[in-house]
Design a protein around this ligand. Structure first.
Ligand code: ADP
Length: 355
């Protein structure tokens, strides 16, 4: 139950947090914002998610009811925020974007919930980082569209059930496993976003190149896609970097040679691994005989944050099969050794056979 005894400045705080229209969603990165797909047609890949959503959206519209609460999970940059914007635009409603670390105090979440209008979407990024109090405020809000509030102190305390407009919560997380089950259970649709295929990423590359007004050949797009770690955010970043090279060092067209040479200079290898990824694999091989070694040790040795290692580096290294997660820590796989051109010691080969 939420305890708030002083909410005088709630109105002022709410005013400072205007609802954001889908077409003007303010993301910190303006380049990302300018290329973010706004409808299902320009949202590439994730076809099973799009099919499910189209039906769910149509049903909600026909019933004239707000959409069920949705939870999207998967590594960063796969399009969780983007699909939330597409849903809002498709439903013709506004979306409020926030992230769990910004909802530290009860009044933060209460302020947002009270300012929502009927049918609107509340998007909470990194929802696994929501604190217990905020979660408990959300339960009745998600289930019954009410806020349970206690005002006043001890004996004079009064409990109020305050109705709030019907809204849709869209949660996004890189770590679905860290969500408490009561919170997870309150989402009607839970969907994992998948890494993109090279073909899908080629489409992303071509679309972004068009927006940037730079020519890209089919093979050039594919070369960038292959080094994008299955992730549109990375594909977009690489297009921009390669476009700079194409304009300054070449004739302004991204073909296969331009893409390959530029990405080699940027030290992005054929599988999209960058210097940090290779440093991670090399560290485990050279200092820990290929593992297993704990993620904290890896992070400390690389002077990186554990969260960056877990959320940014590892998902793709695991998916590509270069790294394995075992109960005793991380191990470099035979493919990882092969990729770095290092022979796997026979002691490690045996360990892998036992797994
Ligand atoms: P997440 O919220 O999962 O971290 P975002 O939704 O912020 O990822 O997406 C990162 C970038 O990748 C966006 O700027 C967007 O342009 C691009 N992007 C994501 N998904 C797609 C997609 N399906 N099609 C085209 N571009 C996409």
């Amino acid at each position: 139950m939420a305890i708030i005894s002083d909410d005088e400045d709630l109105g002022r705080r709410v005013k400072k947090n205007p609802v954001i229209k889908p077409e003007t969603i303010e993301y910190d990165n303006t380049f990302e914002n300018s290329i973010r797909p706004k409808d299902f047609d320009s949202y590439i890949g994730q076809s099973s998610l799009k099919e499910t959503l189209k039906i769910t959206l149509e049903a909600a519209k026909r019933r004239e009811q707000p959409l069920d609460h949705l939870l999207f999970y998967g590594p960063p940059g796969l399009g969780k925020t983007t699909i939330a914007g597409v849903i809002a635009a498709q439903m013709g409603v506004e979306i409020r974007i926030t992230s769990a670390p910004a909802l530290e105090r009860p009044r933060d979440i209460i302020g947002i919930l009270m300012s929502l209008k009927g049918g609107e979407i509340l998007f909470i990024d990194e929802i696994h980082r929501l604190n217990k109090v905020a979660e408990e405020i959300l339960y009745p809000a998600m289930e019954d569209f009410t806020l349970d509030m206690t005002t006043g102190k001890s004996q004079t305390a009064k409990t109020l059930r305050v109705p709030i407009p019907k809204f849709t919560l869209i949660g996004a997380t890189t770590k679905a496993g860290e969500l408490s089950s009561p919170l997870r259970d309150r989402f009607g649709i839970i969907h994992r976003l998948e890494f993109y295929t090279v073909e899908e990423l080629s489409e992303v590359v071509k679309r972004t190149a068009k927006i940037l007004d730079i020519k890209v050949t089919e093979e050039g797009a594919r070369a960038i896609a292959m080094r994008s770690r299955g992730t549109p955010r990375i594909a977009n970043r690489l297009v921009k970097r390669v476009a700079d090279f194409a304009i300054v060092k070449y004739d302004g067209v991204i073909d296969r040679r331009v893409a390959d040479e530029s990405l080699d200079i940027l030290k992005i290898d054929k599988f999209g691994l960058d210097t940090t990824d290779r440093a991670l694999l090399n560290l485990i091989i050279e200092k820990y005989d290929g593992g297993p070694v704990g993620v904290e040790t890896i992070a400390a040795a690389l002077s990186e944050d554990v969260r960056t290692i877990e959320d940014v580096c590892e998902p793709y290294l695991l998916q590509a099969g270069f790294l394995q997660r075992t109960p005793r820590g991380r191990k470099v796989s035979p493919e990882g050794y092969r990729h770095l051109g290092i022979n796997m010691p026979s002691s490690q080969t045996r360990l892998f056979e036992e797994l």
